[in-house]
Design a protein around this ligand. Structure first.
Ligand code: 9MR
Length: 379
């Protein structure tokens, strides 16, 4: 065995010598991975679920270690998990997630500090069940943000400070944070996060970022934070895309509009669904649900070759756009590792079979992985 390896090294060395006419150092390179191919461009990240950061999903973990350079928690840092009661934080999962990221030398971002969804009911009410005052809610928000950001200071490099606060038409979402505190809740959240860790990057993150209304709403929001002298490092475009939504030109327009503000752009929750949507609607509002019907699950037994090819081509187009604007993009994060992990299988219709990610249900890379690597490394 040893002799065989030695012989093949000798053969490579001789071939190199014969071709170049000089004796060069022979590097036997490991095959390119997403992480190595994209190293000089942007972080390539993935969202982690509990079975990954606790070590159970060994096939998923192998992919994470080989292919990705950044991680974000899919669910374990949401308020309902990490802060279930006013005087009780539960850092069990969050600590495991951060330890996994550190042990594997990954760029760790936190998701998310302030979001209308998955916030436990206690957050907004007093002992009698009535909405708390503005002052109380600001105090609770401050406690929440300060406690969490301080705990992971120096370990978590960036936070989705506020998630999904702007509607598709650019207006403010009528969340409890908004109705009780007013617009001010956003600058306050950024201020509290910055005070807790002055070195950590701070992001605004949202879906459907290509709608004209949302684009101008988010641009106005970022400008207002900047005018107040607050830190904001990046806008996160979630990137829950479909086969005919959004138009790639609109995506580019938004990307450029955000970058023009002098902040970075991050593609934070990328996946591409092939499944029909009951309302023809788009976006990623977790509150939407629809009943399961057979015809809404057309690819339960596999993806036909033509659909598969169209999926690959569309994903490839998006990556070409990301490469085109690699000077503005600092991270592209997939919302999950392999198809079986994806929330898309259950939204808005539960129990479907989708094919939204870069690795298939058997944890094998899809052809898109090599296309991305080739595009990134082509001379
Ligand atoms: O993928 C997440 C899913 O497992 C959760 O049930 C859901 C509710 O917490 O959130 C999903 O992730 C969402 C993310 O946190 C914010 N943007 C939309 C994502 C998909 O719904």
């Amino acid at each position: 065995m040893k002799t065989k390896v030695k012989n093949s090294i000798l053969a490579v060395a001789l071939a190199c010598f014969a071709l170049s006419g000089c004796a060069k150092k022979v590097d036997i390179e490991a095959p390119a991975t997403l992480k190595s191919a994209l190293e000089s461009k942007f972080y390539i990240g993935t969202a982690l679920n509990q079975s990954q950061f606790t070590g159970q999903d060994t096939a998923g973990i192998r992919i994470i270690k080989e292919q990705f350079s950044a991680v974000v928690p899919e669910n374990c840092m949401k308020s309902e998990v990490i802060h279930p009661e006013e005087n009780r934080y539960d850092f069990t999962q969050a600590d495991q997630f951060v330890a996994f990221g550190e042990a594997n030398n990954l760029f760790i971002t936190g998701h998310c500090l302030i979001w209308h969804s998955q916030t436990p009911p206690w957050f907004f009410v007093d002992a009698t069940g009535k909405d708390v005052s503005k002052e109380v809610l600001i105090e609770r928000m401050k406690n929440h943000i300060t406690t969490i950001v301080s705990r992971y200071k120096g370990k978590i490099k960036g936070w989705d400070v506020v998630n999904e606060a702007i509607m598709d038409d650019g207006s403010y979402r009528e969340s409890k944070f908004y109705t009780i505190i007013g617009e001010e809740f956003i600058p306050l959240a950024f201020q509290f996060a910055h005070e807790a860790d002055p070195d950590v990057e701070l992001y605004y993150n949202d879906y459907s970022m290509t709608f004209e209304g949302k684009r101008s709403g988010v641009v106005a929001l970022v400008k207002s934070l900047q005018e107040k002298g607050l830190r904001i490092d990046a806008v996160g475009m979630q990137g829950h895309i479909g086969m005919d939504y959004p138009e790639i030109d609109e995506f580019e327009k938004s990307l450029l509009a955000y970058a023009a503000l002098g902040v970075n752009v991050m593609i934070t929750e990328l996946d591409l669904t092939v499944l029909p949507h009951p309302g023809g609607h788009v976006g990623a509002d977790v509150a939407q649900t629809a009943e399961y019907k057979q015809e809404m699950n057309p690819y339960a037994d596999g993806l036909p070759a033509d659909v598969d090819a169209a999926w690959t081509a569309r994903f490839n187009d998006f990556f070409k756009l990301f490469f085109k604007h690699q000077d503005k993009i600092t991270r592209v994060t997939l919302w999950g590792v392999s198809d079986g992990d994806s929330w898309r299988n259950n939204w808005p219709v539960p129990g479907r079979t989708d094919y939204a990610l870069l690795f298939d249900r058997n944890h094998q890379p899809k052809p898109i992985v090599n296309l991305i690597i080739n595009e990134a490394t082509k001379k």
